[in-house]
Design a protein around this ligand. Structure first.
Ligand code: TPP
Ligand code: MG
Length: 344
């Protein structure tokens, strides 16, 4: 069963709501970062919401995703709670990774979110691994990895696709072609016009779709998921999209023109989807505004909660590092031994 059924009116409204939630989360995260209120770095997903939401809507709750350094949208699309995410950005104990991950390392295995990742191209091998687990265990789970156009030039991405293709693993490789890897335009990174042509080398289907259209993403991922579940192996999907903000907050963006940004902004995935729903008589302008306002309130509440939430204690820095406790580290954290192993 898909998480959000875009064939239904309620499903379409939920997809719109989730896209608005991502927009509100990342707009706020950008402001908080600029104000110096949250540590680390933030890469915003604004403009790319239709990719994350369309893809995760087509997945089951039990399916897995792996993400990127630009992962807030993937988390919300997969159903993670903005409150736990915001607390994570603030480095608080209530965060999804107890405040140790921050923006680029939010993970929640229970929700099928295997992790955002600061290492470009590190997501596809995780998805291939999870898909292999499902195949070995005879489970029906599918794993989808999001990665960027820049990541497609990474060796480990090709190893991951090759293995998944060769073993017919239930995986989906979804490339978010947002036209740039940092400040390098996609045509200066690759010698092929459509990145989906990569699929040919691995003998799997490859398609390029409009990543600004949540329905197009949903349909492509639904088909890929059916194929994966039938045991026919992975699909490579390239979703053409655009990041409306800089690579990171504070990026002076010398590599692109205002006109290009405006042309893509005119195809805003939230506005265009809402317009379509209004044209169909499923939504009114007032209802759309109410959805946007509710999303903003939800994120404001998440910020308030994160501000009030307790800081982790220094001792907690040594927890959650290994799945099995390492005695030397635990003893060190307790203050029983010195860093060089000697007694205190
Ligand atoms: C292995 C590795 N190389 C380089 C970097 C530095 N880096 C961070 S994001 C980025 C660009 C990635 O571009 P893309 O995959 O298109 O993702 P986008 O930022 O456009 O979403 C680079 C080079 C990194 N984090 N990891
Ligand atoms: Mg990119």
């Amino acid at each position: 069963m898909v998480t959000i059924d875009l064939e239904t009116e309620a499903g379409r409204r939920e997809a719109l709501r989730r896209m608005c939630s991502i927009r509100a989360f990342d707009s706020t995260a950008g402001e908080l970062f600029a104000d110096g209120e949250i540590p680390g770095f933030v890469h915003l997903y604004i403009g790319e919401e239709a990719v994350g939401v369309g893809a995760c809507a087509a997945l089951d709750e039990d399916d897995y995703i792996s993400s990127t350094h630009r992962g807030h949208g993937h988390c919300i699309a997969k159903g993670l709670d903005p409150e736990g995410m915001m607390a994570e950005l603030y480095g608080k104990r209530e965060g999804y990774c107890n405040g140790k991950g921050g923006s680029m390392h939010i993970a929640d295995v229970d929700s099928g979110m295997l992790g955002a990742n600061g290492i470009v191209g590190a997501g596809p091998p995780l998805a291939t691994g999870a898909a292999l687990t499902a195949q070995v265990r005879g489970e029906q789970r599918v794993s989808l990895s999001f990665c960027g156009d820049g990541a497609v030039a990474q060796g480990q991405v090709h190893e991951a696709i090759n293995l998944a293709a060769t073993w017919d693993l239930p995986a989906i490789f979804l490339v978010e072609n947002n036209q740039f890897g940092e400040g390098t335009p996609v045509e200066k990174q690759h010698n092929i016009e459509n990145l989906s042509a990569t699929a040919e080398a691995y003998g799997i289907p490859g398609i390029t779709i409009d990543g600004m259209d949540v329905t197009a993403v949903y349909e492509a991922v639904s088909e890929a998921r059916e194929r994966a579940r039938a045991g026919d192996g992975p699909t490579f999907i390239e979703a053409d999209t655009y990041r409306f903000r800089g690579h990171f907050e504070g990026d002076p963006e010398p590599y692109r023109d205002e006109e290009d940004v405006s042309a893509w902004q005119a195809r805003d995935p939230i506005e265009t989807f809402a317009e379509r729903l209004i044209e169909r008589g499923e939504l009114t302008e007032e209802e759309f505004e109410a959805i946007e306002e509710e999303a903003e309130r939800e994120i404001e509440a998440a910020v308030e909660n994160a501000r009030e939430a307790p800081e982790p204690t220094p001792e907690e820095a040594y927890e959650d590092m290994f799945s099995q406790p390492v005695p030397e580290i635990t003893d060190f954290a307790r203050g029983d031994v010195r860093a060089d192993g000697g007694d205190r």
